[in-house]
Design a protein around this ligand. Structure first.
Ligand code: FAD
Length: 425
């Protein structure tokens, strides 16, 4: 698969470029703490730079459309890169027998101290990002966490100016060249990110219609102004209301190949989706993408049974597959609290007939079963003859996905046959 090949190439480049400093720093004087300080600072910076590059969706999205995988790498590099960066001042403090507050006390009294202070500023920013992402993430709102993440834009320039003026290894030309190439790469990716930030590089669409569906869900129809994006079933796009607005991901519920029109069904959760309900007909929206390979196992030629399991608004990435008559052997298990919240249900009943299984957890009497009727692996087994070899594609609330995945695995479904999409990264 192309994506698997791309992953291997990327990993190879990442490893090669990350260990390069080990060779060019070979001439560093043989003092243990100096070694630790230099290597951790260098390799930590390389990893943080990779984290920054992988976080540039407009670039990583060109290469990979499986963004959650890229996001996992981004997180991994961020966590370990930061830890290595933290080891750098610790080793330097021990090496130069300074006090433990030395790494934090800003001091611009002379050339050397000013350079050290650039490092202190970078350390403060990286520490803040690390603490809020690793330890405090669940106490912070998504938005606050994200804004704090933007400190990455300013932390790296401080790292780049901090090192050359004090680093003993910088007498080596190869180290100098390597360091400034890293700084140049950072510069290029910053321009690319800022370009996306002001919506250059996004495709313009016009709002055609907003239709209220059930249970705080709205269907938004968008039409391309010039370029049409080509969307595959199960993919998602990032939507932006204006040049300065935030950018949020939404699955494409329907796409017309002929007109290029895109339909997005979104549930009102918070500020952004609330604002989306107020966009005016004729307004311009900015889209980037499409991304995602989540439902790619729903392959028209494989002949395998595909079991789609949706909870509420989690139905959206499945709709194009479900309404595709060429995709045979599909079953849908669709869970909602109440019947009146089950969006698209009439057309789904018409399209899928016996292959649609409805579940309502808060209905007093439910055609599909008992009062608190939830999807379980045993209910799937009762309805899907080849349940053991089927592919399972699940999208819904995190808790529901986790319970179902464990339940299916306990019943003997292979983990590689279960595919999950989170509606948050
Ligand atoms: C791949 C993918 C596809 C999605 N498809 C749909 C869809 O078809 N229909 C639908 O209703 N929702 C979908 N979502 C979820 C949708 O993006 C969020 O509900 C929306 O961004 C919430 O923003 P808010 O400001 O209204 O709410 P908030 O209260 O600010 O956010 C609610 C939660 O949404 C998540 N979120 C917020 N902003 C972002 C962001 N920029 N990127 C990623 N996650 C974010 C966070 O987990 C947050 O806690 C999808 C999400 C992802 C990742």
């Amino acid at each position: 698969m192309q994506n698997e090949k791309n992953k291997k190439i990327l990993l190879f480049c990442l490893i090669l470029l990350s260990i390069l400093p080990t060779f060019i720093l070979a001439g560093t004087p043989k003092l243990t703490w100096l070694y630790i300080s230099t290597f951790s600072g260098f390799i930590g910076t390389v990893l943080i730079l990779w984290q920054y590059i992988l976080g540039t969706r407009s670039v990583s999205g060109l290469y990979f459309n499986e963004l959650p995988w890229v996001t996992r790498l981004h997180v991994l590099f961020g966590v370990w890169g930061s830890l290595l960066i933290f080891a750098h001042p610790v080793a330097a403090t021990i090496l130069y027998a300074k006090s433990w507050t030395y790494s934090f006390a800003l001091n611009f009294s002379g050339g050397l101290e000013t350079s050290v202070s650039y490092g202190r500023i970078a350390l403060f920013f990286i520490l803040t990002i690390w603490l809020t992402s690793v330890l405090l993430r669940r106490f912070l709102s998504y938005r606050l966490w994200k804004y704090i993440h933007y400190l990455a834009y300013i932390s790296l320039p401080f790292v780049f100016i901090h090192a050359p003026s004090i680093g003993t290894s910088f007498i080596n030309h190869a180290v100098f060249a390597y360091w400034y190439s890293l700084a140049a790469v950072f510069g290029v990716f910053t321009v690319v990110r800022l370009r996306m930030f002001v919506s250059l590089g996004r495709t313009k669409y016009t709002v055609i219609k907003l239709t209220k569906l059930n249970g705080h869900v709205v269907l938004l129809e968008l039409s391309p102004q010039n370029k049409k994006l080509r969307i595959k079933p199960g993919q998602y796009v990032y939507l932006r209301r204006s040049i300065t607005s935030e950018s949020h991901p939404f699955s494409v519920a329907h796409y017309s190949k002929k007109s290029g029109n895109i339909f997005v069904a979104f549930k009102v959760f918070g500020r952004y989706t609330g604002e989306l309900t107020r966009v005016k007909q004729g307004a311009t929206m900015y889209i980037d993408g499409p991304y995602g390979t989540f439902t790619q196992v729903a392959n028209l030629n494989s002949g395998e049974t595909i079991v789609f399991i949706a909870g509420g608004i989690g139905i959206t990435p499945f709709l194009m597959h479900l309404f595709n008559p060429k995709l045979k052997n599909k079953q849908l298990f669709y869970a909602n609290r109440q019947r009146e919240n089950a969006n698209f249900i009439t057309s789904l009943r018409r399209e899928l007939g016996q292959n649609l299984h409805e579940f309502y957890s808060e209905e007093k009497s439910s055609k599909a079963g008992s009062r608190a009727d939830r999807i379980t692996a045993s209910k799937i087994k009762e309805n899907v003859p080849d349940w053991q070899s089927a592919q399972y594609i699940i999208c819904g609330p995190s808790q529901m996905m986790k319970i179902l995945r464990d339940d299916l695995k306990n019943q003997g479904v292979k983990a590689s046959n279960i595919h999950i999409e989170e509606f948050s990264f």
